[in-house]
Write a protein that binds this ligand. Structure first.
Ligand SMILES: C[S@@+](CC[C@H](N)C(=O)[O-])C[C@H]1O[C@@H](n2cnc3c(N)ncnc32)[C@H](O)[C@@H]1O
Length: 311
């Protein structure tokens, strides 16, 4: 079946994620690290030599991977649709201790539809033993040749792309026979109080939030259906696991700052008048204390769905 990519939808995702790149680094990246570490662990990433990671975000997890898990002699291509995510990725990589080691090199590539992976890797020579490349690209149309990777990683991006079937078919295409893919997506709403808490508070404070046409739970809701999609893309095996990751921002103030700045809520919050903002904060403080305060034995929970697949 021919792959059709909605370029307009991609452009708006790029803008959206550009807007939230710094915020993401300040607040979310330490939480989503849990998802990335799960993927690096279950995919046996330290034994792989030709790695593709998509939707790199600001890159905290990838820096940890390169520093501690990446095999000597391995190469890794990373990509994100957002220019500003990639900008932060490159800046932070350059600031990392390992960047002072001349055996580790990050190359930032110009956007192109066709990357000559073998040439780029061999041009760096044998002196560089950890070769990392970064490029602006969509998960739905990767610029790499067929079958050039033994590992493909996608942490918390497949539920965001416009068409996840395109992402799956690209993951399949760029992997060699026997290659491993690891994906995480949001899990089920009922097990993700981290995301359901704030809409509940808004409702109680009498604040209407826009209902998105599709929420980030849309793939995690049905594990079997997602596994069927992975197999339909050609993968010969796929296993899926629900698991919790546990966000903790510490103080209620930091939670509030996160919620009102988060991509899903910030636009609605900005439209509120001062009175509505005060009412929202007061309601939030009461509800937070009730559900997650010092007396409570429950923290905020976020369920993810992990998929491990073999080509
Ligand atoms: C929730 S963040 C995950 C980032 C990182 N993988 C992590 O686990 O922290 C989603 C990322 O997907 C990127 N993204 C959104 N749509 C994309 C697409 N179609 N292709 C590539 N990246 C995309 C965003 O720019 C953002 O960096």
């Amino acid at each position: 079946m021919e792959k059709i990519v909605n370029k307009e939808a991609e452009e708006s995702k790029r803008e959206y994620w550009n807007t939230f790149s710094s915020f993401y680094e300040d607040t979310a990246e330490l939480v989503t690290l849990q998802s990335s570490m799960m993927l690096y662990s279950i995919t046996q990433s330290r034994n792989k030599s030709r790695i593709c990671e998509v939707a790199n975000g600001c890159g905290l997890a990838i820096r940890m991977f390169v520093g501690q898990l990446m095999k000597e002699g391995a190469y890794m291509f990373t990509s994100d649709i957002s220019d500003l995510m990639n900008e932060i990725f490159v800046k932070r990589f350059g600031e990392a201790d390992f960047a002072k080691n001349e055996k580790v090199k990050l190359t930032s590539l110009e956007e192109t539809e066709s990357v000559d992976v073998n040439k780029l890797v061999s041009d760096l020579g044998d002196g560089v033993t950890k070769k990392v490349f970064n490029i602006r690209a969509s998960n739905e149309s990767l610029p790499y040749p067929d079958a050039c990777f033994d590992l493909y990683i996608s942490s918390l991006s497949m539920m965001i792309v416009d068409n996840h079937h395109n992402q799956l078919s690209e993951a399949y295409r760029v992997l060699e026979e026997g290659g491993t893919a690891g994906f995480t997506v949001w899990g089920r709403k009922e097990n993700s109080s981290f995301f359901t808490f704030f809409p509940k508070v808004c409702k109680e404070a009498g604040i209407e939030l826009d209902t998105p046409a599709r929420t980030n739970f849309h793939l995690g809701v049905d594990k079997e259906a997602l596994v069927a999609d992975v197999k339909k893309a050609g993968f010969k095996s796929a296993k899926a696991y629900y698991t919790q990751i546990n966000p903790n921002f510490g103080s209620p103030e930091d939670y509030f700052k996160f919620y009102v700045g988060a991509p899903g809520f910030a636009p609605a919050y900005e439209k509120l008048n001062d009175e509505e903002k005060t009412k929202l904060k007061e309601t939030f403080d009461i509800k937070f204390e009730e559900e997650f305060g010092l007396e409570s034995e429950t923290g905020t929970e976020w369920e993810i769905l992990v998929v491990l697949a073999t080509k």
